[in-house]
Design a protein around this ligand. Sequence first.
Ligand code: ZN
Length: 278
Amino acid sequence: MYPISSNNFTNSPYTNSYTSQPYWQGGYSQPAYGYYEQPSQPADGAGKTVAMAGLLQVIALGLNKASQWFSNKLAAGKEFTSASNVHRVADEMVRKNNLDVHVGYINDANKYAYARAYNLGGQLEEVARGQNAFFTDKLKLAVAPEHKPSLILHELGHAINAKNAFTKVLQNTRRYAPFAPTALLLANGLFSNKNDGKKSFIERNAGLLGFAAFLPTIVEEGLASFRGIKAAKKVLNNPAGLNILKKNYLLALSTYILAGIGLGVASKQAVLEDSIRT
Ligand SMILES: [Zn+2]
């Protein structure tokens, strides 16, 4: 499932494996590693570590707020052209790329029929409300709100990416990215020498490594938007409102960049809390 924005999709795969709460809602750092009561390390070093953990928690909350802001801006974004123009661009993307994808423009009247036909439960509710759009390769379906059809061009960008071997690999990495904090913890336990008193490579770079795990997703998201913009430009012959489309897609991409930073923060938190416990 490839939603337009990473924050407004309730069944997002980016939940942490322990609490099944999205990590950007602070879910990661909470029950997973337990609360420590009394630091067992010397007071000085432990104090710094605890201060760092607190700071990371504040950053995680800030990221969540910022992401919500971008999502709201995207939901309030204007359409760059008429619905019939968007439909023309979408049809042309499907035709030219031989996409085996059904395109659905969801409204309050058809959302139940779509949900039944594709077994989607309540996932079309927010699409009908104009708050989300998504593509699913498994169901060969791309949906956007009927009153915000321009989101479909990004989703069809994902559909084109799904047909290309390289970009398909980028797409698939998003399933594993949420496990970065856990994977880094395991790797740190296997490879670090706890007795030498020095921080391991993973301990020093956990934030960057967590972000790196999300980078292919950010690139693939950007590429999906690029394909949509390119098609709109060509089919509608440089439409006057193209900058509005670019702005909307930039807002969507921002939520993914923030999610990547969030995964970096969650990775840093995981490694840090592990060092407090042991
Ligand atoms: Zn997307």
